[in-house]
Structure formats: structure tokens, C-alpha cells
Ligand binder design. Sequence first.
Ligand SMILES: *[C@@H]1O[C@H](CO)[C@@H](O)[C@H](O)[C@H]1NC(C)=O
Ligand SMILES: [Ca+2]
Length: 224
Amino acid sequence: MDRLLLWVSVLASLPEAFAHRALVGKVFVFPRESSTDHVELITKLEKPLQNFTLCFRAYSDLSRGYSLFSYNIQGKDNELLVFKHKIGEYSLYIGKNRVTSKVREVFPSPVHICTSWESSTGIAEFWVNGEPLVKKGLSQGYSVGAYPKIILGQEQDTYGGGFDKTQSFMGEIGDLYMWDSMLSPSEIQLVHQGLSFSRATILDWQALNYVMKGYVVIKPRVWH
Ligand SMILES: *[C@@H]1O[C@H](CO)[C@@H](O)[C@H](O)[C@H]1NC(C)=O
Ligand SMILES: [Ca+2]
């Protein structure tokens, strides 16, 4: 009986395990504009963050502003938000404060984005396609709260909801990694080139826990 139960639980966990590996070389496609379609990324983050680096690839032909990565904690909106306001303008919000860095870019084209922040200096960095943007500073001394709701495809105004169609993402996102430290410039280059790099501690595309809600499709990534 016990052995049977064990096998049942092993079998039940298999599809999920395969689903994780199946994301390598693939993307989430958000194929339509909506105020509902999204992916929730699940992580066990039980301590506030003093440092982080977040990297991912995205491909969109939206020219309006949209959310790329929305991280809220209970009772706090825009705790950590990556938002593209318009072509060539990337914003990072930490604890509701915001910095924007600009880059010359060809529109539309696939983009690899890394952004990092450290509490001790408040310095926020953006790296777009491996190129560093001008550093800015915000929320020095702050800690990003734990137990987040992390949403791709929509911008949260509440904890896990409060979506707005005019800030939604349409397009493709993949290769998402998040570390609880500032990566060095040479590590950022390795991530950008898709070479081997230190295991991501908070979110790891190679072992991602996620829930897709609404019209979101997984497809091979055919661009880089
Ligand atoms: C965050 O980074 C600073 C230096 O950049 C370091 O002194 C501090 O220990 C780090 N904090 C954590 C929790 O890793
Ligand atoms: Ca918000």
C-alpha cells in the first residue's frame, strides 16, 4: 500500500518536472492584448532582498508602455517593477521609487535585459543587449520585501491582481533568471551570451516554477 502510494506520488510529480526542463530554448508567448492573461512565477523568498540581478529576453512590437516584470508584496504596489515606458526607455521601480535609463534601439527587435540593484549604494543598473546604460540611484538603504507575487504579462496594482490592459505585455519572454546578488559585468556578459553562469537563486529558467493563467502559450524561441 505504502509503496503504491509512493509510486502514485512519483508519477503525479513527473509531468511537472518535465514541464520545468521543457522551458529551456522556449518562450512564453502572450499572443493577445488582455487584462487577464499572465504567468505567475513562484519562488520561496522568505527574507527581504538587499541585492539582486534580474535577466531575461523579450521580443515585442508594442510601441506603448508595458510591464516586463511585476513584483508586488502584500500591501505594497511596485515593490520591484521593470517597465518599458516607450521605445528606448527602461524603468526600474524599487519600493515605488523609479529610475529610467535610455538606450538607442532598433524597433522592433529582440532584447536581452539585465537589471540589478544594491541597497547599500542604491545603484540601479540596466544592461541592454550586453551594453551598460547610465547608472542611476534609488531607494538607498531599502530592502525589497519577501513573499512576493511575481507576474509576467500584466502589471499588478494589488497583490496578484489589479491588472490594466493598457500596461499589459504582448509578445515573447524567455531565459529569465534572478539572483539575490549583484552579478559582475563579466557574469552579465556570460548570461547575455547564454553561456554557463552561476546558478540563479531566486528564479531559474532551467527549473522554473510557474502557473499560466489565460491565453499564454509555450513555443520554441526562434530569435535571440
Ligand atoms: C549586498 O551587497 C553588499 C555589497 O554590495 C554586501 O555588503 C551585503 O552583504 C550584501 N547583502 C546580502 C544580504 O547579501
Ligand atoms: Ca502597479
